[in-house]
Write a new protein. Structure first.
Length: 348
């Protein structure tokens, strides 16, 4: 009981107050991410009853540095078509030579994160021979500072990245992976840009998306003694980190622009203990799209019972029987790695 209480106090403190500004002097790295791996390691220890860390961030940093030493990792910049901002991106060519080498997965990170925040999932992509493209969203990392719209304008930026990748690498197929704001970016993108002109894009995987900003804001604030302090933190994030306002953000609602019929496949992932974006947002998105029979076989939703915001890939790999999908006929259990890699092999 006291172990759980202490863990919850640490999570609350770190999640609400450990806000760091991206360094303007050097490129962001794997170790310079907003999501605290310490929090995730402590949670895995608590759930599994172990004492050893499951995720070694230093090892992952060396792993990506190794790609750079081999000349397989390079940076590029693009100018956005919407407002002439500079986006800084990285591409990594896999070491493995196989039939997947001419296929690309583009990663879209979450708010206050950077292009290396999804390092764990990028590693899985590279291990199977796919090229990785990851970039700092506007107002994040080394990209130009501007107002953040939590996915709406960022969808136009994603289209610019896709257009560059198509010109530069001429990939056979492209997959998208977005977390939080990045997941909303993917939802806006498939609503605005997916179709014949982007036929190379086969799917979008959305981890912890939101439906309506205003509704999720109410969920975060909640009630009780923490209401005021959470409100102070949200004000800080919106004004200082996002360079935006509540009036603008309350109009950001991916749910309202969802197409009736999906132009590409969509996989949605969410943690049932997400304290930032409620899992019901993903459920409502999936239910809404499933109403159209034309979307049958194009959309899937998997929920991770012990995962908080940003935890899902780790919890679903290191804590057994966490990631589940159910229907009336059968129950399927996966780790994140098996689900993700099977999805890649099937659809990319």
């Amino acid at each position: 009981m006291f172990g759980n209480l202490w863990f919850n106090i640490k999570v609350l403190f770190k999640r609400l107050w450990k806000i760091r500004y991206p360094s303007p002097l050097s490129a962001p790295s794997v170790s310079d991410i907003e999501t605290s791996i310490d929090i995730i390691n402590e949670k895995i220890k608590l759930l599994k009853g172990i004492s050893k860390n499951s995720i070694n961030l230093v090892a992952y940093q060396r792993y990506f540095d190794f790609y750079e030493k081999l000349g397989l990792k390079e940076e590029f910049t693009i100018l956005t078509t919407k407002d002439n901002l500079i986006l800084v991106a990285s591409t990594i060519q896999p070491i493995i030579i196989n039939c997947n080498n001419n296929k690309v997965v583009i990663f879209c990170h979450g708010v206050t994160n950077n292009r290396w925040s999804l390092f764990y999932t990028m590693h899985l992509v590279l291990q199977r021979g796919y090229r990785v493209v990851t970039y700092d969203a506007r107002n994040h990392g080394l990209s130009s500072k501007y107002s953040t719209s939590l996915g709406q304008t960022e969808a136009c930026d994603l289209q610019d990245i896709i257009a560059y990748v198509k010109r530069r690498y001429r990939p056979e197929k492209i997959g998208l992976y977005g977390f939080s704001m990045g997941a909303a970016t993917c939802l806006f993108w498939l609503s605005y840009f997916a179709g014949a002109s982007n036929s190379e894009v086969a799917f979008a995987i959305c981890e912890a998306p939101f439906d309506y900003f205003a509704k999720q804001k109410r969920n975060v604030l909640g009630v009780g003694i923490n209401y005021y302090w959470k409100g102070v933190l949200l004000d800080k994030i919106v004004k200082e980190l996002l360079n935006s306002s509540y009036d603008r953000l309350e109009k950001i609602n991916p749910f309202l622009v969802l197409p009736q019929q999906l132009p590409i496949k969509l996989l949605i992932l969410h943690g049932l203990k997400d304290s930032v974006l409620n899992w019901k947002a993903s459920f409502d998105i999936c239910r809404h799209l499933s109403k159209d029979k034309a979307n049958k076989g194009k959309i899937n939703l998997y929920l991770c019972k012990d995962a908080d915001h940003g935890d899902l890939p780790f919890i679903a790999d290191f804590v057994p029987n966490n990631l589940r999908w159910k229907n009336k006929k059968r129950v399927s259990c996966f780790t994140f790695t098996t689900l993700f890699c099977e999805y890649l092999e099937k659809n990319l």
